[in-house]
Write a protein that binds this ligand. Structure first.
Ligand SMILES: Nc1ncnc2c1ncn2[C@@H]1O[C@H](COP(=O)(O)OP(=O)(O)OP(=O)(O)O)[C@@H](O)[C@H]1O
Ligand SMILES: [Mg+2]
Length: 223
Protein backbone atom coordinates (compact mmCIF):
# COMPACT_ATOMS: atom_id res chain seq x y z
CA UNK A 1 0.00 0.00 0.00
CA UNK A 2 2.81 2.31 1.02
CA UNK A 3 4.60 1.45 -2.23
CA UNK A 4 1.55 2.46 -4.21
CA UNK A 5 1.33 5.76 -2.39
CA UNK A 6 5.02 6.47 -2.97
CA UNK A 7 4.64 5.63 -6.65
CA UNK A 8 1.66 7.99 -6.90
CA UNK A 9 3.61 10.79 -5.23
CA UNK A 10 6.51 10.27 -7.61
CA UNK A 11 4.13 10.37 -10.56
CA UNK A 12 2.67 13.65 -9.30
CA UNK A 13 6.14 15.11 -8.84
CA UNK A 14 7.10 14.17 -12.39
CA UNK A 15 3.83 15.57 -13.70
CA UNK A 16 4.58 18.86 -11.94
CA UNK A 17 8.05 18.94 -13.47
CA UNK A 18 6.59 18.44 -16.94
CA UNK A 19 4.05 21.22 -16.32
CA UNK A 20 6.78 23.59 -15.11
CA UNK A 21 9.14 22.75 -17.96
CA UNK A 22 7.15 24.57 -20.63
CA UNK A 23 6.83 21.43 -22.78
CA UNK A 24 3.48 21.60 -24.48
CA UNK A 25 3.71 18.31 -26.31
CA UNK A 26 4.84 14.96 -25.02
CA UNK A 27 6.89 13.55 -27.85
CA UNK A 28 8.76 10.32 -27.22
CA UNK A 29 11.49 8.42 -29.03
CA UNK A 30 9.18 5.38 -29.09
CA UNK A 31 6.96 7.19 -31.59
CA UNK A 32 9.91 8.35 -33.72
CA UNK A 33 10.09 6.69 -37.14
CA UNK A 34 13.83 5.99 -37.44
CA UNK A 35 13.47 4.32 -40.84
CA UNK A 36 12.11 7.58 -42.25
CA UNK A 37 15.26 9.45 -41.15
CA UNK A 38 18.14 7.01 -41.83
CA UNK A 39 20.71 9.82 -41.78
CA UNK A 40 20.05 10.33 -38.06
CA UNK A 41 22.29 8.23 -35.80
CA UNK A 42 19.73 6.33 -33.72
CA UNK A 43 22.24 4.92 -31.25
CA UNK A 44 23.63 8.42 -30.58
CA UNK A 45 20.14 9.79 -29.88
CA UNK A 46 19.31 6.85 -27.60
CA UNK A 47 22.59 7.41 -25.80
CA UNK A 48 21.73 11.11 -25.35
CA UNK A 49 18.33 10.09 -23.98
CA UNK A 50 20.18 8.35 -21.15
CA UNK A 51 21.03 11.92 -20.10
CA UNK A 52 24.69 11.45 -19.22
CA UNK A 53 25.42 14.58 -21.24
CA UNK A 54 23.14 16.53 -18.87
CA UNK A 55 24.96 15.16 -15.84
CA UNK A 56 28.28 16.06 -17.49
CA UNK A 57 27.01 19.61 -18.22
CA UNK A 58 27.63 19.15 -21.92
CA UNK A 59 25.59 20.89 -24.58
CA UNK A 60 23.72 19.57 -27.60
CA UNK A 61 23.32 21.35 -30.92
CA UNK A 62 20.91 19.91 -33.48
CA UNK A 63 20.72 21.40 -36.95
CA UNK A 64 18.83 20.40 -40.07
CA UNK A 65 16.13 21.52 -42.43
CA UNK A 66 12.53 22.07 -41.40
CA UNK A 67 10.49 19.00 -40.48
CA UNK A 68 13.44 16.65 -40.00
CA UNK A 69 12.54 15.92 -36.37
CA UNK A 70 14.86 18.26 -34.45
CA UNK A 71 12.17 19.50 -32.06
CA UNK A 72 10.71 16.01 -31.70
CA UNK A 73 14.07 14.62 -30.57
CA UNK A 74 14.79 17.51 -28.17
CA UNK A 75 11.27 17.39 -26.70
CA UNK A 76 11.59 13.63 -26.15
CA UNK A 77 14.94 14.10 -24.40
CA UNK A 78 13.47 16.93 -22.28
CA UNK A 79 10.55 14.70 -21.29
CA UNK A 80 12.96 11.93 -20.28
CA UNK A 81 14.86 14.45 -18.15
CA UNK A 82 11.60 15.42 -16.37
CA UNK A 83 10.95 11.74 -15.73
CA UNK A 84 14.45 11.45 -14.29
CA UNK A 85 13.54 14.24 -11.87
CA UNK A 86 15.74 16.84 -13.46
CA UNK A 87 14.73 20.49 -13.64
CA UNK A 88 13.96 21.21 -17.27
CA UNK A 89 13.04 24.40 -19.08
CA UNK A 90 11.93 24.24 -22.67
CA UNK A 91 11.09 27.13 -24.99
CA UNK A 92 11.30 28.15 -28.56
CA UNK A 93 13.99 30.78 -28.95
CA UNK A 94 11.55 33.61 -29.74
CA UNK A 95 9.33 32.73 -26.75
CA UNK A 96 12.31 32.61 -24.40
CA UNK A 97 13.36 36.06 -25.58
CA UNK A 98 9.80 37.37 -25.20
CA UNK A 99 9.70 36.06 -21.64
CA UNK A 100 12.91 37.87 -20.76
CA UNK A 101 11.84 41.07 -22.53
CA UNK A 102 8.63 41.03 -20.47
CA UNK A 103 10.93 41.07 -17.45
CA UNK A 104 12.58 44.26 -18.70
CA UNK A 105 9.24 46.04 -18.50
CA UNK A 106 8.45 45.10 -14.91
CA UNK A 107 11.92 44.73 -13.40
CA UNK A 108 11.83 40.93 -13.22
CA UNK A 109 14.53 40.41 -15.90
CA UNK A 110 17.26 39.30 -13.45
CA UNK A 111 14.89 36.91 -11.70
CA UNK A 112 13.69 35.45 -14.99
CA UNK A 113 17.25 35.11 -16.27
CA UNK A 114 18.21 33.27 -13.09
CA UNK A 115 15.31 30.87 -13.55
CA UNK A 116 16.27 30.06 -17.14
CA UNK A 117 19.90 29.76 -16.08
CA UNK A 118 19.20 27.43 -13.16
CA UNK A 119 17.63 24.49 -15.01
CA UNK A 120 19.57 21.23 -15.21
CA UNK A 121 18.58 21.10 -18.87
CA UNK A 122 17.59 24.13 -20.92
CA UNK A 123 16.19 23.50 -24.39
CA UNK A 124 16.25 26.47 -26.75
CA UNK A 125 14.23 25.14 -29.65
CA UNK A 126 13.78 26.50 -33.16
CA UNK A 127 16.54 29.09 -33.37
CA UNK A 128 15.98 30.64 -36.79
CA UNK A 129 12.21 30.28 -36.75
CA UNK A 130 10.18 33.45 -36.29
CA UNK A 131 11.31 37.00 -36.10
CA UNK A 132 13.61 38.05 -33.28
CA UNK A 133 12.43 41.43 -32.03
CA UNK A 134 14.91 44.17 -32.83
CA UNK A 135 15.78 46.27 -29.81
CA UNK A 136 17.91 49.37 -30.01
CA UNK A 137 18.96 49.37 -26.36
CA UNK A 138 20.67 46.59 -24.48
CA UNK A 139 20.08 43.80 -23.82
CA UNK A 140 19.38 42.92 -27.43
CA UNK A 141 18.34 39.40 -28.42
CA UNK A 142 21.99 38.50 -28.93
CA UNK A 143 22.97 39.93 -25.51
CA UNK A 144 20.16 38.05 -23.80
CA UNK A 145 21.07 34.72 -25.34
CA UNK A 146 24.73 35.36 -24.65
CA UNK A 147 24.00 36.14 -20.96
CA UNK A 148 22.09 32.91 -20.63
CA UNK A 149 24.52 30.66 -22.47
CA UNK A 150 27.49 32.23 -20.70
CA UNK A 151 25.94 31.72 -17.26
CA UNK A 152 25.20 28.09 -18.02
CA UNK A 153 28.43 27.33 -19.81
CA UNK A 154 30.14 24.26 -18.27
CA UNK A 155 27.69 24.44 -15.34
CA UNK A 156 24.52 23.02 -16.87
CA UNK A 157 23.45 21.45 -20.14
CA UNK A 158 21.87 23.49 -22.92
CA UNK A 159 20.29 21.86 -25.96
CA UNK A 160 19.62 23.94 -29.04
CA UNK A 161 17.92 23.26 -32.34
CA UNK A 162 18.30 25.39 -35.43
CA UNK A 163 16.98 25.12 -38.95
CA UNK A 164 19.38 27.80 -40.16
CA UNK A 165 23.10 27.22 -40.53
CA UNK A 166 25.14 28.17 -37.47
CA UNK A 167 26.98 30.62 -39.71
CA UNK A 168 23.65 32.45 -40.21
CA UNK A 169 23.07 33.05 -36.48
CA UNK A 170 24.85 36.40 -36.60
CA UNK A 171 22.42 37.76 -39.15
CA UNK A 172 19.44 36.18 -37.39
CA UNK A 173 20.36 37.58 -33.99
CA UNK A 174 21.55 40.88 -35.45
CA UNK A 175 25.04 40.70 -33.93
CA UNK A 176 27.80 38.60 -35.49
CA UNK A 177 30.29 39.09 -32.64
CA UNK A 178 27.89 37.95 -29.92
CA UNK A 179 26.53 35.12 -32.07
CA UNK A 180 30.12 33.89 -32.50
CA UNK A 181 30.66 34.14 -28.73
CA UNK A 182 27.50 32.12 -28.06
CA UNK A 183 28.45 29.46 -30.59
CA UNK A 184 32.00 29.36 -29.27
CA UNK A 185 30.71 28.47 -25.81
CA UNK A 186 28.18 25.96 -27.13
CA UNK A 187 30.74 24.34 -29.40
CA UNK A 188 33.22 23.75 -26.60
CA UNK A 189 31.30 20.98 -24.86
CA UNK A 190 28.68 20.15 -27.44
CA UNK A 191 27.45 17.04 -29.13
CA UNK A 192 26.61 18.04 -32.70
CA UNK A 193 23.87 16.42 -34.74
CA UNK A 194 23.00 17.46 -38.26
CA UNK A 195 19.86 15.81 -39.59
CA UNK A 196 20.31 15.68 -43.33
CA UNK A 197 17.11 14.21 -44.66
CA UNK A 198 13.49 14.61 -45.70
CA UNK A 199 10.72 16.51 -43.95
CA UNK A 200 8.24 14.44 -41.98
CA UNK A 201 5.69 17.24 -42.37
CA UNK A 202 5.85 16.77 -46.13
CA UNK A 203 5.29 13.04 -45.68
CA UNK A 204 2.23 13.71 -43.53
CA UNK A 205 0.91 16.26 -46.05
CA UNK A 206 1.40 13.84 -48.95
CA UNK A 207 -0.29 11.01 -47.05
CA UNK A 208 -3.24 13.25 -46.20
CA UNK A 209 -3.59 14.37 -49.79
CA UNK A 210 -3.51 10.74 -50.91
CA UNK A 211 -6.18 9.84 -48.37
CA UNK A 212 -8.40 12.61 -49.67
CA UNK A 213 -7.84 11.20 -53.12
CA UNK A 214 -6.47 14.54 -54.14
CA UNK A 215 -3.37 14.96 -56.25
CA UNK A 216 -0.76 17.47 -55.21
CA UNK A 217 -0.09 20.31 -57.63
CA UNK A 218 2.97 19.66 -59.77
CA UNK A 219 4.99 22.41 -58.14
CA UNK A 220 4.45 21.28 -54.52
CA UNK A 221 7.66 20.28 -52.73
CA UNK A 222 8.43 16.61 -52.92
CA UNK A 223 8.97 14.73 -49.63
N1 LIG B 1 11.08 10.53 -37.96
C1 LIG B 1 9.91 10.94 -37.42
N2 LIG B 1 9.03 10.06 -36.92
C2 LIG B 1 7.83 10.46 -36.44
N3 LIG B 1 7.44 11.75 -36.39
C3 LIG B 1 8.27 12.68 -36.85
C4 LIG B 1 9.56 12.34 -37.38
N4 LIG B 1 10.18 13.47 -37.76
C5 LIG B 1 9.34 14.46 -37.47
N5 LIG B 1 8.18 14.00 -36.94
C6 LIG B 1 7.00 14.78 -36.59
O1 LIG B 1 6.84 15.75 -37.62
C7 LIG B 1 6.51 17.03 -37.09
C8 LIG B 1 7.63 18.00 -37.45
O2 LIG B 1 8.83 17.60 -36.79
P1 LIG B 1 9.70 18.59 -35.89
O3 LIG B 1 8.80 19.63 -35.31
O4 LIG B 1 10.50 17.79 -34.95
O5 LIG B 1 10.62 19.22 -37.02
P2 LIG B 1 11.78 20.27 -36.91
O6 LIG B 1 13.01 19.62 -37.46
O7 LIG B 1 11.85 20.78 -35.52
O8 LIG B 1 11.31 21.40 -37.91
P3 LIG B 1 11.46 23.01 -37.83
O9 LIG B 1 12.87 23.31 -38.26
O10 LIG B 1 10.45 23.52 -38.80
O11 LIG B 1 11.20 23.41 -36.42
C9 LIG B 1 6.34 16.82 -35.60
O12 LIG B 1 4.98 16.59 -35.34
C10 LIG B 1 7.15 15.57 -35.31
O13 LIG B 1 6.64 14.86 -34.20
MG1 LIG C 1 11.53 22.59 -34.64
Amino acid sequence: MLGEEAAHKLEMRIERRIQMSGLRERKTLETFDWAFQPGLDKSLVLELARLEFVRRHDDLVVTGKSGTGKSHVLQAIALRACQEQMTVRYARCVDLLDDLYAGLADGTYPKRLRRWAAADLLVIDDVGLGQVKKREDEPTAAHTLFNLVDRRHARAATAVSSNIKLSAWGKYLGDTTLAAAILDRLAMHAVRIDIDGPSYRQLVATERAKQRGATLPDDSPQP
